[in-house]
Each structure stands twice: as C-alpha cells, then as structure tokens.
Design a protein. Structure first.
Length: 196
C-alpha cells in the first residue's frame, strides 16, 4: 500500500513522517525530492529564481520516474507499506501554480497527463491542511516556493485535487498542536491499513 503525505511547506508533513517511523518500523519511508542525483538537480533548481518553470517541472518529474523504478515499485512488489513525504500531488499543485502564467492552457491537467502514462498513483493521501500565512511562517521562506502568495495558489490546486478524488484524500487539520496532528495522522494510517 502506498500512502503519501501532502500539503504546503511548513504544514508538518516531515514531523509526521518521522513520527510514523516509530509506529511502522518495517515500512519503507521515502520522500520527494529524493536524495539521488536527480533530486540534487531539483534542489539546485529550487534555489534559483531564474529557473525556467517548465524545465523545473521536468526535473521534478525525472526525479519521480527514478524514485518509482528504484524505490517505490520494488517496495510495493515486496508487499511493503510505503509512506512518501511528498509525491505526485506536489507536482500537480506546485508546478501548476508556477506554470499558471505560461503558454499552457490547463497546467494542472497537463501535468497530470504526463504522469498518467507511467506513474503509480497513491492508494491514499494525507493532506495537511494549513493556511498559507502560517505555513510560510513555519517554513521560514528558505526557498522561492515558501511565500504566502505563491502558497495560496498551491493550496487552491490541492483543493482542486481533493475535490476531484475525495475518496483518496484524508484531510488533516494541520493548524492544531503537534500532538493533536500526530494523533490524527496515526489514527488515519491505522484506519487505512484496517480497511485495505
Ligand atoms: N502542529 C505544529 N504546530 C506548530 N509547529 C509545527 C507543527 N508541526 C510542525 N511544526 C514546526 O513547523 C516547522 C515545519 O515542520 P515540518 O514537519 O518540517 O513541515 P513540512 O515537512 O510540511 O515542511 C518545523 O519547525 C516544525 O517543528
Ligand atoms: C516533490 C516536489 C516538491 N516541490 C517543492 C515543495 C517544496 O517547496 C520544495 C522542497 O520540498 P520539501 O523538501 O519536501 O519541502 P518542505 O519540507 O518544506 O515541504 O520543493 C515542488 O514544487 N514540486 C514537487 O514535485
């Protein structure tokens, strides 16, 4: 089973992903961007304000293709529970926002389309819902994506994704205390595993 954690920068995904490792020590824990050389290329691009947004989409997508074939698909083939801190929805939400003013007519649909032919969609996605101002403040604005105005466009895209596939998403109210958020996350994962 593939469970992904999604939400704005600073919404508490990594904190939850780390806590889940104590609860499910045998699961495969992974993340995007990855630590591969593709992931390093992505991180270089993130640090540059002059990066072309379409080129950046393909860098993130290349990292995803490598992540799928090297980590995600083999772990799922072994019957593992796979929990990924960010995955396909990050591209649909973030790169659709960075390409909003490009020549692409419908960036979110375009980005979904290029993934469709090769990706493995998540079985379930925990969506860490947080307002963009709090998210940007928690994230500390260390890269070009971590600003409230950009994050509000990203959030609107996440909401479109949730509306399109309500059955896949579990909404986590990420504005609460870390303890409350972790309790909901652990309950949600336990329920997903029971229902599988
Ligand atoms: N529920 C919470 N309330 C307040 N601060 C939090 C909460 N969860 C995480 N944080 C803090 O916010 C920052 C970003 O959290 P992190 O888990 O790295 O988020 P993300 O992976 O979504 O960017 C960290 O400093 C973390 O300690
Ligand atoms: C995986 C992915 C991340 N990103 C962005 C979101 C983050 O700003 C940045 C790095 O991701 P990450 O290290 O997960 O940041 P955070 O822990 O703050 O959420 O890359 C995309 O724009 N597209 C993607 O496909």
């Amino acid at each position: 089973m593939l469970i992904t954690l999604e939400g704005l920068d600073g919404s508490g995904k990594t904190t939850a992903w780390e806590a889940l490792q104590d609860v499910y020590p045998d699961a495969t824990f992974t993340h995007e961007p990855t630590d591969s050389w593709y992931g390093k290329a992505v991180r270089r691009s993130e640090g540059r304000d002059d990066a072309d947004p379409l080129a950046e989409l393909f860098l993130f997508t290349a990292d995803h293709a490598d992540h799928l074939s090297r980590v995600v698909k083999p772990a799922l083939a072994d019957g593992d529970l796979v929990i990924s801190d960010r995955y396909t929805d990050s591209r649909y939400a973030y790169q659709a926002a960075s390409l909003a003013d490009s020549d692409l007519q419908r960036p979110l649909e375009y980005i979904r389309g290029i993934h469709q032919a090769f990706t493995r969609e998540p079985d379930a996605t925990l969506y860490f819902d947080l307002d963009p101002e709090t998210a940007a403040a928690r994230a500390g604005a260390t890269n070009k994506f971590e600003h409230a105005s950009f994050l509000s466009e990203v959030r609107a895209n996440y909401e479109r994704l949730v509306d399109a596939e309500p059955g896949r998403f579990v909404r986590i109210d990420a504005s609460r205390s870390p303890e409350q958020v972790l309790d909901s996350v652990e309950d949600a994962v336990a329920r997903l595993l029971e229902d599988r």
